[in-house]
Every structure is written in C-alpha cells, then in structure tokens.
Write a protein that binds this ligand. Structure first.
Ligand SMILES: Cc1ncc(C[n+]2csc(CCOP(=O)(O)OP(=O)(O)O)c2C)c(N)n1
Ligand SMILES: [Mg+2]
Length: 574
C-alpha cells in the first residue's frame, strides 16, 4: 500500500516508524516544509530549544539514557553549524544521534546561496555517517538507514541533509514493513569509526588464550569503559569479577557500569584517578580492558603505561585495537557477548594476595578543602537526599572530577558526562534530553559557573516545555580546572580564568523558576530537598572554595607513577 506524500510528510512518517516520540530542534527557512508537516503528526513532540547546540546535546543525552537514537533538527547554514559541537561530543562518546538539517534547494547548492553551508563537508569527521538527500525517492530509506547506522555496531551520530525542494517534492510512501527499507544487514553498514566492515567474529582460540592469561596472571585488573554501558554488560562484568576476584577500575565513561559499593571496585584511573588505582595499573601484569579506548587521560604517557602488563582488549570497534596501547589478545565484538564467552572459559580464582597488596596502596583521603561547604559534602548530601534515585549529568571541569569520584553510583548508567570531547555547556541541555528518557526520575545537571553560562539560555526551554531538570552550580568564581593548571604549571598566572557570574537566584526569578544560594553545609540537604519538591525546574548555586583543587593529578605528559598528591610548591614549566 502506498500514499503520495511530500518529502516533509515522509520525514515525519519515518520518525514515527522509528519509534521517535520527541525531537529537539529550531526552525528556519530551509527546514520550513518539515515544520509545516510536523503538527499533523502529534505523536512527535517537538522541544523548541534556545540554541541548536542544545538540541544536539539534548538528543545526545536522550540517546545515552534511553539506549536509542536521539533526534535533533536544524535549518541550513547557522542552524546546522550550531549543531557541530554537539555532534562532535556525541561522536567522541559513541552516542547514537540522528541530526536532520534543512539545506538550500538543490538548484542553489554551490552558489553561496543565502544560509548555504556545506554541512556534509563540515560534519564529515565528526559523524559516523552523513548524507545529502538527492531526491525524494531516496528520502525514506536514507532516513531509515540513518537510524540503523546510528544505532548499530559502535553507535554514533548520523546527519541527514535535506534540501528544501526535496522536502516539498511528492513521492509514493511505502511504510517500512518486514524486510522493507534499510533494516539490519543492509550493505555498506559500518561497524566502527573507521568505516571498516565488521571484523570476523572472534574465534574460540582468542577466548581460550584470554582465559589462559587470566588464569596465569598474578596481578590482573579489569578496566571497564563506556562499552559496558552501551552493551548492557554490567551483570556479565560483575560475574567475571566475582568469579576471578579481579579488581575493577571504571573509566570516566565507565562509571556506574560496576557498583561502587562492591568490594572489588577500585575507582577511576588516569589523570585525576586515585593514587591506589594508578599504582595498581603500574604494578599489574594483566589488564582486561572492556569497551574503552585507552584515552590519554586514562593512560598518562603511554610510554610508561602499565609497563608490566599484557593487555586483553574487548571492543566492538576493530579500529580501537592497538590504536593507543599494544594488545596481546583482542576480542572484537559486543562487550556483553565477549564477556559471556570469557565467563564460560575462565576458572574460578580469588586473587587474594594481589587484592591485599592493592589494599596497602590505599591512603585515607586527605581533605584539601577549606570551609565546610566542600564538593564532597554537597555530593554526599545529594546521594542521601535522592537515595541514589536520580541521574547525574556533569559538565566539564573540576566539578566534573568531583562528581565522578565523590558520588557513590550504584545503578547502571546513572552518571552521564562528556568524556571524550570534554564539552563545557553539555550538562544543562543533555539533562533535558535525559528527562524524556527517564521521566519518572529526577535528573540533576551539575555545572561549574563557567560551563553553566555557556547554555543557561535553556532554562527558558525548560519553562516553556515544562521540563523539571534540577540544576546545581558549583560556583568557585573561576574556570577552575584551567586555573588549577595555571597554579600548578604556569606560576599561578591566572590569565583569563577569573569569571564573573550573575546573581543566579535573581536569574532563576527572571525565568520564573525556584532558585537558591547555598553558602554553608548545613543548608545543603534542606535546599536539595526543597529543589526536589519543586514540580518544575529548579536551580541551586553552591558557593564553594574558590581555589580548591582536584587531587591527585598526573601532570600532562607524565606517567601514572608521577602523581601530584597535594598543594604543590609553584612549579613553572618552560
Ligand atoms: C567548550 C569548552 N571550552 C573550553 C574548554 C576548556 N576548559 C576545560 S575545563 C574549563 C573550566 C571550566 O570552568 P567551570 O565551568 O567554572 O568549572 P570548574 O572547573 O570551575 O569546576 C575550561 C575552560 C572546554 N572544555 N570546553
Ligand atoms: Mg568554576
């Protein structure tokens, strides 16, 4: 059965076919036919953001929380270019986003038409796939393919650029039934970032070899990254750890993939990882890496990373194997499936001696904060007040590290952050998207005073669309993380890092939402409770110590064996 529809109507129909019920966008000339068709499809709720960057982050937040593609829409030219940071953020963290952009009519392309920009060229390196739709006859399948590519294999953002005249063209629309359209198995599908075809399934020999290395190792570790969350492998990960007694390290993007209360959980590695975690890595003779890319913030100087360890690398994307660290055994495939195979092959053991050795590395935490309103006290109160029943989205900077390290995540995928790109301004709009994936649970966006000011315009979106995101601002009066580097490595020259803020309580008032300023620890829990009682969005500013630092810290270029553990004597780098 077919119907004659416009391209714009076809776009709406395919969104519904794909199960999309919310999209984040901003209209403009080249996408007007789509916006004209949209009200006839009430199954799709449109959230009007205040800046297209926020639409991309919201779609990304939705995708990370819902485990299915998030959708953002923008017009050509400035609308499309405003999506760029959000798409790059999603790309770095393997998040399935489908971006739809309007383009100038086909006859105008290449003539510097009003609001023409080559968004395909611009987004080529920051999308998993992108495509300009050349004719309405291709539109439905191109969009279906976009969803499939975004979701399958290693997820990532896909951009579909639709010229205005294609949105107005008419074509026969055939709904995707069984086997129709570009479902699973369509040719040309890319599994990995490099666009290579999926690697051949890992054979039993590699699994057996990995199991042998695990049996023989004296000091093994598991390092878990975002792949554990993407593949829902937390139960398998826990089983592997419990069967073998191997301690588990979670990277920034792997946090909440393993319960922090578990006796085998060690903590976060890398630049701001705990000293005992990095020390364990440097002593380890085997590292089982699950769904991570051994990013430089995790490894420090790779020349000195885990010098005694052989590495088993489990990853879906073959282009990750051997990219950053040499790998002894690669298990290429879905983390959950690979862990299941490994579980079937490993023998029980307990690693007791090694765990005692690591316990000897642990030091009691030194409180580096002055005053009683420490980041730790705020995050402990947040956990108490919510009972852990919330999703936490952090922005980028010092507070991001505190949020990663000082809140005890117990449930899978309850910590969301921009890890790979480190995008300031991510938290507030991403939290809006997460709300639509988890409408029954509070979402807390925790930002610094710098990052909050990058996307605070989205409070208006929350008010108009009734999105009850709770916002916390850790206000230290600085671009704190950069200031910390200046203190440690640039002789305390605080160049362009002191940052003024407006009165956030009055700002909240101007937007008509509840707002509080907290200056003492005693106010923290009652204020968080009041914010949670608010039916709508709410904002809490915490005035924290201005020059608090994140410890420990591995200086850039150093190895994991060289942490700075406390306030350093000023050290000036050439
Ligand atoms: C869009 C963007 N611009 C610049 C940076 C570099 N940067 C990383 S952390 C940071 C400071 C963040 O300050 P704030 O939001 O106040 O958080 P704090 O570190 O003080 O907790 C900056 C400028 C970035 N990560 N993202
Ligand atoms: Mg700050």
């Amino acid at each position: 059965m077919t119907e004659l529809l416009s391209g714009a109507q076809i776009m709406c129909r395919v969104l519904l076919e794909e199960g999309v019920d919310v999209i984040f966008g901003y209209p403009g000339g080249a996408i007007m036919p789509f916006y004209h068709a949209l009200p006839d499809h009430p199954g799709i709720r449109h959230i009007l953001v205040r800046h297209e960057q926020a639409a991309a982050h919201a779609a990304d937040g939705y995708a990370r929380a819902a485990h299915r593609p998030g959708v953002c829409v923008a017009t050509s030219g400035p609308g499309a270019t405003n999506l760029v940071t959000g798409l790059a953020t999603a790309h770095m963290d393997s998040s399935p986003v489908v971006a739809i952009t309007g383009q100038v009519p086909r006859g105008m392309i290449g003539r510097d038409a009003f609001q023409e920009t080559d968004v395909i060229g611009i987004t080529q390196p920051i999308t998993k796939h992108n495509v300009l739709v050349g004719d309405v006859s291709e539109l439905a399948d191109t969009l279906r393919e976009a969803f499939a590519v975004a979701r399958e294999g290693r997820p990532g953002p896909v951009l579909v650029d639709v010229p205005k005249d294609v949105q107005n063209q008419k074509a026969e629309y055939r709904p995707a039934g069984a086997g129709v359209g570009a479902g699973a198995g369509a040719p040309g599908r890319t599994a990995g970032r490099a666009g290579r075809p999926p690697a051949p399934a890992t054979g039993p020999a590699a699994v057996a070899e990995a199991a042998r290395l695990i049996a023989e190792a004296e000091r093994p570790l598991i390092m878990a990254g975002r792949g554990v969350l993407l593949s829902h492998a937390w139960d398998e990960l826990r089983c592997l750890a419990e069967r073998t007694g191997i301690p588990v390290i979670t990277t920034l993007l792997g946090i909440s993939g393993f319960p922090e209360s578990h006796p085998l959980h060690l903590g976060m590695p890398g630049m701001h990882g705990e000293v005992h975690v990095n020390r364990a890595i440097q002593q380890a003779d085997l590292i089982v890496g699950v769904g991570l890319r051994f990013d430089d913030r995790v490894t420090g100087n790779t020349a000195g990373f885990a010098p005694r360890a052989r590495i088993i690398h489990i990853d879906l994307d073959p282009s990750e194997i051997g990219k950053n660290v040499p790998v002894a055994v690669a298990l290429v495939g879905d983390a959950r499936e690979m862990l299941r195979r490994l579980l079937a092959a490993v023998a029980p053991r307990d690693c007791a001696a090694w765990r005692r050795e690591i316990a000897g590395f642990v030091k009691t935490r030194v409180e580096h904060y002055r005053g009683d309103l420490s980041p730790e006290s705020i995050l402990c109160a947040l956990h108490e007040v919510t009972g852990g029943r919330c999703t936490i989205v952090s922005d980028v900077g010092q507070h991001q590290m505190w949020v990663a390290k000082l809140y005890p995540y117990r449930r899978p995928n309850t910590h969301i952050t921009s890890g790979g790109l480190g995008t300031m301004g991510f938290a507030v709009p991403a939290a809006m998207g997460i709300h639509f994936a988890r409408p029954d649970e509070p979402v807390w966006a925790i930002s610094g005073d710098g990052g909050f000011q990058m996307n605070l315009q989205e409070i208006a979106t929350m008010v108009q669309e009734k999105i009850p995101v709770k916002m916390a601002i850790f206000n230290n009066g600085y671009l704190g993380m950069v200031r910390q580097w200046q203190q440690f490595f640039h002789g305390r020259r605080y160049s362009a890092t002191p940052i003024w803020s407006p009165d956030y309580v009055k700002l909240a008032e101007a937007y008509g939402i509840a707002g509080w300023r907290v200056e003492e620890a005693a106010q923290t829990a009652p204020t968080l409770e009041a914010a949670l009682r608010e039916p709508g969005p709410a904002l809490v500013e915490f005035l924290i110590e201005q020059e608090a630092n994140v410890f420990p810290m591995i200086p850039p270029g150093a190895t994991l064996s060289e942490p700075i553990e406390g306030e350093p004597a000023p050290l000036v780098r050439a």
